[in-house]
Design a protein around this ligand. Structure first.
Ligand code: AMP
Length: 489
């Protein structure tokens, strides 16, 4: 018998958990499930990776199953709002698994795919609907859905919703929900603006907080290399190639600041013989699903992503996270490196820091209270970099790339929350994430337009000339920091 039974969950749910091999509830599950079974509202401060999907799904399924009702057309009994398509799909899959021994229907709707099919599915109504906010409102506007029968409402990743500019959509949803309902509100961070948003949804909630963000980073070995922007691609290709060759890398997530930057990194990795794919808001849903699936199954070991696209993606076995560019919001760094070190495993995070990114690094170290260990460029870096083939681009294509990246960059630093054109109201805008208050601006003019245009920054390399290699996972090493780094040769 599992410890889940102590929490009072119904037998069909316990059986589903047994099939999944979950024995013990995670801390957030232990804290949240009893209160949710009583019908209380909940304010949860938790990141993806803590088991929060099950924390809100299991007691909700229990309550819905305990009070069976026939499905009503264009209605749902439980609504889960999620900021991105991937996360919505993942949540729906999880809920389907937990509900497999119950007679409850689970459906998922998000933008980027035709709306007609989704609307037709909703004609019969469903028990549990997982949705991104834009598509939800489109369906409501098309009279394919009403929220008047929603008994349980879950708002997931509230901070990300705000960053994506969903505030007005959420206020509309709040007005459409019946007053008499149970509401759950989750966010990884709880600044005042998010707390105020929460007040529109939840009443007298139980407050549950697990693993404050800055501490989740402790299980991850963290390194930084100081270099110029133009040197990053070569270092990334060399590091990944070496790690794949000596089998120290299982799966790597590479974070870039912009969508076009992600495409450029993929092109160059491919040119260097490394199988990599990109996932970001400009890709079609089919491309994103295919890339994620290849990464999940291990046929493609490197996934290059922007923050928004990668948020919440639950892929086990990510051994390395590379920050090709440092995020300008320190919390984002914690989210990124949280993609590795999931479910108790440890992971390695490697950041590439250009001179104009040093203020971001300072903010990150202040938040995480971890000083990143400095790793110099390899001794033979320039010679090795020169040997790397680069992706063939015509001068016109290069100019176009530079223009696109500039546009991406403007979008990032532009109006907070503003959405940019194309593709309906789904939750995967990568842009519009303005610099938060108090954030230091990037020092202008540092970014290069293409590859290989800048020379090495001497004096930024720590013990320059001593090549180092990241230790295989689990292998012993030498030196400080529990020997996370081993010198080669
Ligand atoms: P989440 O935070 O909901 O994204 O969950 C993170 C991962 O932990 C998912 O892969 C879940 O399937 C898994 N998980 C959730 N609850 C448990 C549990 N009690 N025991 C083991 N794994 C779990």
């Amino acid at each position: 018998m599992s410890y889940f039974s102590d929490l009072g969950l119904a037998e069909p749910i316990l059986r589903a958990l047994e099939t999944k091999g979950y024995n013990d509830p995670t801390p957030i599950q232990r804290q949240a499930i009893p209160a949710l079974l009583e019908g209380r509202d909940l304010l949860g401060i938790a990141q993806t990776g803590t088991g929060k999907t099950a924390a809100f799904s299991l007691p909700s399924l229990h309550r819905l199953a305990a009070d069976p009702k026939p499905r009503k057309p264009a209605s749902c009994r439980m609504l889960v709002l999620s900021p991105t398509r991937e996360l919505a799909a993942q949540i729906a899959e999880n809920i389907k698994g937990y509900a497999k021994n119950l007679k409850l229907g689970v459906d998922c709707v998000f933008g980027g795919v035709p709306i007609g099919k989704q609307a037709r599915r909703l004609v019969q109504g469903t028990d549990i609907l997982v949705a991104t906010p834009g598509r939800l409102l489109d369906l409501i506007d098309n009279r394919a859905l009403t929220l008047g029968r929603t008994e349980i409402f879950v708002l997931d990743e509230a901070d990300q919703m705000m960053d994506l500019g969903f505030i007005h959509a959420l206020k509309r949803v709040a007005n459409l929900l019946p007053k008499n309902r149970q509401s759950l509100f989750f966010s990884a961070t709880m600044p005042k603006s998010i707390e105020d948003l929460g007040k529109q949804f939840i009443q007298n909630p139980v407050r549950v907080e697990v693993a404050p963000q800055s501490t989740t980073a402790e299980r991850v070995e963290q390194y930084v290399t100081f270099l110029n922007q133009a040197e990053k691609q070569a270092l990334l290709s060399l590091r990944i190639r070496a790690m794949l060759a000596d089998k120290t890398l299982d799966r790597a997530l590479v974070f870039t600041r912009t969508k076009h930057g992600a495409d450029r990194v993929v092109r160059n990795l491919n040119a260097a013989g490394i199988d990599a794919r990109a996932i970001h808001g400009n890709k079609t849903q089919a491309q994103r699903t295919a890339a994620l699936e290849a990464f999940r199954q291990g046929s493609c070991p490197v996934l290059v992503a922007t923050d928004i696209a990668a948020r919440g993606i639950d892929v086990s076995g990510v051994s390395h996270v590379f920050n090709f560019e440092l995020p300008n919001v320190a919390e984002q760094y914690v989210h990124r490196i949280g993609r590795t070190a999931r479910a108790g495993a440890d992971g390695i995070a490697i950041s590439f820091c250009a001179p104009d990114e040093k203020p971001y690094l300072r903010d990150i170290e202040k938040l995480t209270k971890v000083k990143l260990e400095q790793v110099p460029l390899p001794e033979n870096f320039l010679a090795e970099a020169a040997k790397l083939p680069s992706a063939k681009r015509t001068p016109e294509q290069l100019a176009q790339d530079a223009r696109r990246e500039e546009r991406d960059e403007r979008g990032r630093f532009g109006d907070r929350g503003e959405r940019r054109g194309g593709g309906g109201r789904d939750g995967n805008r990568d842009g519009g994430r303005g610099r938060p208050q108090g954030q230091k601006p990037a020092q202008g003019g540092q970014r290069s337009g293409g590859d290989g245009q800048r020379t090495a920054a001497e004096g930024e390399r720590g013990e320059a000339g001593k090549p180092r290699r990241f230790r295989p996972r689990g292998a012993p090493g030498v030196g400080a920091h529990r020997n996370k780094v081993r010198r080669a040769g």
